[in-house]
Every structure is written in structure tokens, then in C-alpha cells.
Design a protein around this ligand. Structure first.
Ligand code: 9D3
Length: 291
């Protein structure tokens, strides 16, 4: 038996539903990081810091209107407890639809903090004065409406934990992952060799590692172009797209066009498949990227 390594990061989530943190604490890669002591997770319930008879964490909004607003005093006390747990220097992040969009870059940056206090709200929101006085940063995880900040906090925890040293099996898998170089992943295949009348692409069975690497890069580039042209247009990708990559993209486009032409000629049994193939070979903003 060996001692667990010192913790790399302590994250405290402030939430009136502290039990929700179990989802990331107990399962998979995150669960192992917690058991190994690379990641410490705590939940702090603002309700435990109320002093009134009803232990109320919310109250009616000044000015009227629907819904309730989270009261500042219990939240401030809970954040203070969160800082005691996560370290006095811990950054305080409020999860809110009004926040800056959380992304891969922010995940990487937050992974370098020694500690974090993640504030997950419920109801209509949090008293603005609490945010002004106690919160360092506001983050949103995307343009859809959640019923509270807990799932968003757990998304942030999961995404940044992958960048903590030793959390993933191989040290570099986070780097190889989607978005590390701004590209989507290539397709993956395992046994059997034929499934649902579809064969595994021949090149993957060839044992030619250079050809396989080239094929995978081509697929990653092509799929990004078709599905997420915005990723290829991002400036930081300009240094990632080499002349080789542009050649691979051209090849991908030619092959795609050929596949869809053949599908239409053959009068594909499944019309949806034909239109899907055809749709995918359309330009979709590809020209700006290749120019
Ligand atoms: C229905 C209430 N809305 C009034 C127009 C405002 C609202 C308040 C609180 C909407 C959602 C929420 C709860 N959401 C979060 O706490 C949240 C969230 C989200 O909903 N989407 C994306 N990212 C985030 S981070 C926190």
C-alpha cells in the first residue's frame, strides 16, 4: 500500500443540492481521480448557513415579479466555507446563463488553479450584490436553459479534471482529444470486420501506419469541415492547417463528392441516406477555409 499523492486541486461546489456532486465524485475517470487524491471535491449547502427558523435560502425579488432570488448572506457564508476547504486563494466562479461561454481553453486555464469554489444557483438567480462582492467570474456552458447551476458546475469539473496531471491514463490523451488542435475526432472501428453490411475501411486493416495516420487526419479535417466549419475558421487554427492538411481536405472533398454521386446513381434504397450523403458533400463554408 502506498500513500495517495497530494491533491492537485480542491473544488468546492456551493449548492442547495449538494448530493448531486456524487455524480462526478463516484464514477469513471473522475471517481478514480478523487480516490487517488488528485482531485478533492466538496459540496457546501448554503442552507446549513441560514439562521432563520425556516432555513430559507431564497426570498421574493425587490420590485416584484415571478420567481425567487437567492439571499446573499447564506451564500456568502457558504462561499467562505468553500474557500476554507478549497484554499483561501480559490477562485470563485458563478455558473449562470449570463456568464462568458465556457470552452476548452477556459477548462485548461482553470485546471491550473490550486482551488475553485463553484457557485451553482437555483431559482431566478442570485442577489447581484453577492455576485459583485464575492464572485470572481461568471460562466455559462451554452445557450440552453437548465433548471440550476449544478449540472453546469459538474460539466466544468469534468472538463477541467481531464487537464490535471495524472487524471487520464496516458498523460497526453487530453492533448490528443478533440479541440486540443481544434479538430473533431476521426471515426473509430472495432470488431467485427463487417457490421450492418458495412466494412471497416480497408486502410485500417492494412498495417500501414503512415497511411492510417494520413487517413485519420484526413477524416478529422473533413468531418470538422462538414460538421463544424466554425472550428476551422477560428484564427488559432490557421497555424494548425498545414499545406498537407489543405491537400488532405481537397482529397476528402473529392472522395465525398464521388461517394454521393455514386449513391444517387445507384438510387440508394434509403432516400434519407442519399440526401444525407449529398448534404454532407455540399460546400458548407468550406471554400473560405480552403482559400
Ligand atoms: C426560467 C428562468 N429564466 C428566466 C428568463 C432565467 C434562468 C434562471 C436560472 C434560466 C436558467 C437558470 C438556471 N441555469 C443555470 O443556473 C445555468 C445555466 C443554464 O441554464 N444554461 C447554460 N449554462 C448555465 S450555467 C448555470
Amino acid at each position: 500500500m502506498h500513500e495517495p499523492r497530494p491533491s492537485n486541486m480542491h473544488i468546492a461546489m456551493v449548492s442547495v443540492f449538494p448530493e448531486t456532486l456524487a455524480v462526478v465524485r463516484d464514477v469513471g475517470v473522475m471517481g478514480r481521480a478523487v480516490r487517488d487524491g488528485r482531485l478533492k471535491l466538496s459540496a457546501v449547502n448554503p442552507r446549513d448557513f441560514t439562521v432563520d427558523r425556516h432555513r430559507s435560502v431564497d426570498d421574493r425579488p425587490y420590485g416584484g415579479g415571478p420567481g425567487m432570488v437567492m439571499r446573499p448572506e447564506p451564500l456568502a457564508a457558504a462561499i467562505e466555507e468553500g474557500k476554507r476547504l478549497a484554499g483561501e486563494g480559490a477562485r470563485v466562479v458563478y455558473l449562470t446563463p449570463q456568464g462568458r461561454r465556457f470552452d476548452d481553453r477556459r477548462a485548461r486555464e482553470l485546471a491550473r488553479e490550486p482551488g475553485l469554489v463553484l457557485l451553482a444557483g437555483r431559482y431566478e438567480g442570485v442577489d447581484e450584490r453577492l455576485l459583485d462582492s464575492q464572485v470572481d467570474e461568471e460562466l455559462s456552458i451554452g445557450d440552453y436553459v437548465l433548471s440550476g447551476g449544478e449540472l453546469a458546475a459538474m460539466v466544468v469539473i469534468d472538463a477541467l479534471a481531464r487537464f490535471l496531471p495524472g487524471v487520464l491514463g496516458h498523460e497526453d490523451s487530453a492533448e490528443e482529444d478533440s479541440f486540443a488542435d481544434g479538430l473533431l475526432d476521426c471515426p473509430h472501428y472495432t470488431r467485427p470486420e463487417v457490421y450492418a453490411d458495412r466494412s471497416v475501411p480497408q486502410v485500417l486493416l492494412s498495417g500501414d501506419h503512415a497511411a492510417i495516420a494520413r487517413w485519420r487526419r484526413k477524416q478529422a479535417l473533413g468531418r470538422t469541415l462538414e460538421r463544424r466549419p466554425d472550428l476551422l475558421e477560428r484564427r488559432e487554427n490557421e497555424r494548425v492547417l498545414t499545406a498537407d492538411d489543405k491537400g488532405l481536405l481537397e482529397e476528402y472533398r473529392r472522395e465525398r463528392l464521388e461517394v454521393s454521386r455514386r449513391a444517387i446513381e445507384d438510387g440508394v434504397a434509403n432516400r434519407e441516406e442519399a440526401t444525407r450523403t449529398e448534404g454532407r458533400s455540399r460546400d458548407d463554408g468550406a471554400s473560405e477555409v480552403l482559400e
